[in-house]
Design a protein around this ligand. Structure first.
Ligand code: FAD
Length: 153
């Protein structure tokens, strides 16, 4: 079993200042965390590995400081992680983000499942994983709260 996890580093909303409008806050908050919804994806991937064996790999597209999010994933038990970072990626919209993630997933070779958060707490479009699935031509299952049983054929 090989599970891929999509992890975004987001501003720590607990540390937001109320003095700036919402859009500015996204850029100005220095404290960064793993997108909380992605922590559920991480925990699910790690428990799938415990139950079925195999490996887990995390991808994040972002600035160099997004390595912090990936290190959290590695500390939690993810086997390997890759940061996708290039000045050319700045100001990517969700489709550009999905294209970058998809290109990396294709390079990673065979996989059984891709896990992502419900949405990112900053952008909050919930579009990226749907677009990744469409670009890969695989089914997308949204708003999953728990995997009780899974059969990797
Ligand atoms: C029309 C439009 C224009 C935009 N313009 C800009 C812009 O000019 N500048 C800018 O900075 N942002 C811009 N954005 C926001 C940017 O597209 C998003 O921050 C980013 O592409 C991911 O979307 P999201 O934050 O809504 O994540 P969602 O789609 O809500 O995230 C859902 C899940 O996808 C995965 N995921 C999302 N992003 C990543 C990532 N980077 N790496 C790994 N996994 C990820 C995570 O598992 C996450 O839980 C724009 C968005 C839209 C819709």
């Amino acid at each position: 079993m090989k599970a891929i996890i999509l992890m975004k580093q987001t501003p720590d909303t607990a540390k937001l200042s109320s003095s700036v409008d919402g859009l500015q806050l996204m850029a100005d908050v220095e404290a960064r965390i793993v997108n909380p919804w992605d922590e559920y994806a991480l925990e699910t991937a790690i428990s799938l590995k415990e139950d079925h064996g195999g490996e887990t790999m995390a991808f994040s597209m972002g600035k160099p400081e997004a390595t912090g999010a990936l290190k959290t994933g590695l500390a939690m038990g993810v086997n390997s992680a890759a940061l996708l970072s290039d000045p050319a990626f700045e100001n990517s919209d969700t489709l550009a983000t999905a294209r970058i993630l998809t290109a990396a997933i294709k390079k990673a070779g065979e996989y059984d499942i891709i896990l992502a958060g419900k949405s990112a707490i900053d952008g909050d479009t919930a579009q990226t994983p749907v677009q990744v699935a469409a670009l890969l031509g695989i089914p997308y299952l949204g708003y999953v709260s728990k995997i009780k049983e899974i059969d990797f054929l």
